[in-house]
Design a binder for this molecule. Structure first.
Ligand code: SAM
Length: 286
């Protein structure tokens, strides 16, 4: 890793299994003069294992502005800096975004490395057929704000990915089960990449009881993935069928009638969607 001009590297680190660090991340951490770490004591064993001679200083949620000024000072002197958080990808529910924005605004090159991230790891192991998901991260800790936040997500037609702490996991699931449709799929991805890794899938309404049945199930770190509501999955399917029929040359009313027969979606809505699709299509091809 040799760079002509100074770079701010954003370097993901393992979320449990220390072998999950990329070769490039190791080379980067060995090659820079400075490492800004969320918690220097937490990162020390990993950095020792890697064997870096870099100078390490803290950049965390409570000093991000002043630490970012220090990073900019290093970059101005022509010295590259690597940013790491305690685990996973910096700036994903972790400090780092304010530093990245300031370095970018000051004209420095930012190089984000791909690597471990609990949300992506969980999604890849969840088996949702639809590739679309919304990453939410942590819900607000207070009950009222959390309920409001969850209700605001009722209309999201995709899988929603949450981070949650073990001491709030039950409360959060109870509240989710009260707010969302009971048969939405819920995947609990716990202790990913670690000894007690568990990926459990069930209808949302069964998740609180499953967690209550064994306190070991409530230990450790969690990603919660709430699958899309059945209504939005169905409406995606009816939309797909409708478009195939229209693309194949059927009239708006024929396509709406056949899609209704095949998927059970409402005829009036299908007719409106078919009209809108045909108009857009005409507009596009004009
Ligand atoms: N930046 C990190 C990332 O890229 O995933 C996330 C940091 S955030 C402060 C920590 C949260 O991520 C935990 O509370 C948990 O929700 C999730 N998490 C981190 N490691 C995990 C793991 N090994 N298994 C399950 N969830 C994990």
């Amino acid at each position: 890793m040799t760079e002509e001009s100074p770079v701010l590297y954003v370097v993901p680190t393992p979320i449990g299994n220390l072998d999950d660090i990329t070769h490039r991340a190791v080379e980067t951490l060995r090659g820079v003069k400075w490492i800004a770490a969320e918690d220097t004591r937490h990162s020390a064993p990993l950095l020792k294992r890697i064997g870096t001679a870099a100078h390490i200083f803290a950049l965390h949620a409570h000093n991000e502005e002043s630490a970012a000024s220090r990073v900019l000072g290093c970059l101005e002197k022509g010295e590259s800096v690597a940013l790491v958080s305690d685990a996973g990808t910096p700036a994903v529910s972790d400090p780092g975004s304010r530093l990245v924005a300031r370095a970018r605004d000051a004209g420095f090159r930012i190089v984000p490395l791909p690597g471990p991230c609990a949300a992506v790891t969980a999604f890849s192991g969840a088996g949702f057929p639809d590739p679309r998901f919304l990453f939410y991260g942590f819900l607000p800790p207070k009950t009222k704000a959390r309920g409001d936040a969850l209700r605001n997500l009722l209309k999201i037609p995709y899988t929603i990915v949450f981070y949650e702490a073990p001491h709030r996991i039950l409360e959060t699931l109870d509240e989710m089960a009260a707010i969302f449709e009971k048969d939405r799929v819920l995947v609990l991805a716990r202790e990913l990449t670690k000894l007690f890794e568990t990926i459990y899938t069930c209808p949302l309404c069964e998740a609180p009881a499953w967690l209550r049945a064994d306190e070991n199930r409530r230990r450790g770190e969690f990603v919660l993935l709430l699958g899309a509501s059945k209504a939005s999955v169905d409406s995606d399917e009816s939309e797909r069928v409708l478009r195939i029929l229209l693309d194949d040359g059927l009239s708006v009313s024929q396509a709406a009638r056949l899609t209704h027969a095949m998927t059970g979606a409402g005829k009036k809505l299908l007719y409106e969607h078919a009209l809108a699709y045909r108009d857009t299509d005409d507009g596009n091809s004009a």
